[in-house]
Write a protein that binds this ligand. Structure first.
Ligand code: NAP
Length: 336
């Protein structure tokens, strides 16, 4: 088996844990002796062991049978082993201590606080190190994690559901359902892949939303972020199931920048026209997803945008589109 084949296996198998490891990156590790896989390990759940530690623990079971010393093994790791001691021990130190002599790394950790420091520990302990095997795939797999550390702020996606006549909701204090059950299920899956869901005070008061990911697989539920300066009821179901941060500032750039040193790498904005337009105007939105139904809400309802071509004027270009039953799902990416 080539280095590329082993690394690809670690990347593919790590993908299983993308909803439970977040906001940490998805990481896989494999220990190899000659051409035989001795053990594998994955970062399965946020706060639990890192992949390299799990691979080494799993290998212990075969010590004396398939190998005698860790110095006989080569460790494949999709991401640079961490240098810091936090929720878990330093993986780089644990690897060096185990006696492993050869390591193959997919991508260097993009977090400036740790980037290169794990490799430094391994070098000091005289390990042979290869770096960069399938690094593009590792970066793609951990898109939001890399984005966050390369841009010093989380990736921001705004999702809206629109009627055929461009409306957000009826002019009342009641919740309006616009799109099909299937489109709404698609939104649940999207929510599951984000680290946080953000909304505004009016949506909380009018809709009493849950804003969690209701899916049939395990998820480290997104945190919730509420932007409001007014009264709201803490009895709302919005406050169930995950941590909620209430932010009273309305300066969106400052708010998003304030997550630079936080775990959160991606934010999913689900709000009404006021907050959505403020977000789009502030140029901190990376992606916009619109689900459009065939239903018209008519004149007693609130439009998403005041003018035609608003999305293009905000600097977005259509990236792709597809049908979900009778709804249209369009993905726009910011290009300026
Ligand atoms: N169709 C959809 O996809 C969809 C999705 C979500 C919601 N909605 C509908 O949207 C309606 C509410 O829409 P909305 O436009 O009135 O309210 P909104 O956009 O949900 O929230 C606006 C509120 O956000 C807070 N905020 C903080 N910073 C802000 C900023 N820089 N710019 C704008 N707002 C900021 C303020 O809260 P405070 O006033 O509390 O201080 C403001 O009143 C709901 O009734 C809901 O049904 C539709």
């Amino acid at each position: 088996m080539s280095y590329e084949e082993i690394m690809l296996r670690a990347i593919q198998k790590a993908e299983r844990f993308k909803h439970t490891a977040k906001p940490n990156p998805v990481v896989g590790a494999i220990l190899l002796k000659n051409n035989e896989i001795i053990s594998e390990g994955y970062h399965e759940k946020f706060g639990d062991n890192h992949a390299e530690i799990n691979a080494m623990l799993n290998a212990e079971k075969f010590k004396g049978e398939k190998f005698n010393s860790f110095s006989e093994l080569t460790l494949f790791c999709t991401l640079e082993p961490c240098s810091h001691e936090g929720k878990t021990q330093s993986c780089a130190k644990a690897i060096a201590k185990s006696g492993i002599k050869n390591i193959v790394i997919g991508a260097v950790d993009p977090n400036p606080k740790v980037s290169g420091k794990g490799i430094e520990i391994l070098k000091k302990n005289n390990l042979n190190i290869s770096i960069g095997v399938h690094q593009d795939l590792v970066k793609k797999q951990n898109k939001y994690f890399f984005y966050k550390h390369e841009n010093n702020r989380p990736y921001v996606l705004v999702k809206i559901a629109s009627s055929n006549d461009g409306k957000s909701h009826y002019n009342s204090n009641h919740r309006t359902y616009i799109t099909s059950e299937k489109s709404r299920q698609d939104v649940q899956i999207l929510r599951a892949s984000f680290d946080a869901i953000l909304t505004g005070g009016n949506t909380l008061r009018n809709d009493n939303p849950q804003m969690n990911a209701r899916v049939d697989f395990d998820v480290n539920q997104p945190e919730k972020i509420l932007l409001t300066n007014k009264q709201f009821s803490k009895e709302s179901q919005f406050f169930d199931n995950s941590r909620v941060r209430v932010i009273t500032s309305s300066n969106l750039i400052e708010i998003i920048d304030s997550f630079s040193s936080d775990d959160i790498c991606s934010i999913f904005v689900e709000a009404g026209p006021k907050l959505v337009n403020s977000f789009l105007k502030s140029k901190i939105v990376d992606e916009l997803i619109i689900y459009t139904s065939q239903k018209n809400l008519g004149k007693d309802s609130v439009p998403w945008f005041k003018e035609d071509n608003a999305i293009e004027n905000y600097g977005f270009k259509l990236e792709s589109s597809c049908k979900i039953e009778n709804d249209l799902k369009q993905i726009f990416i910011r290009h300026e």
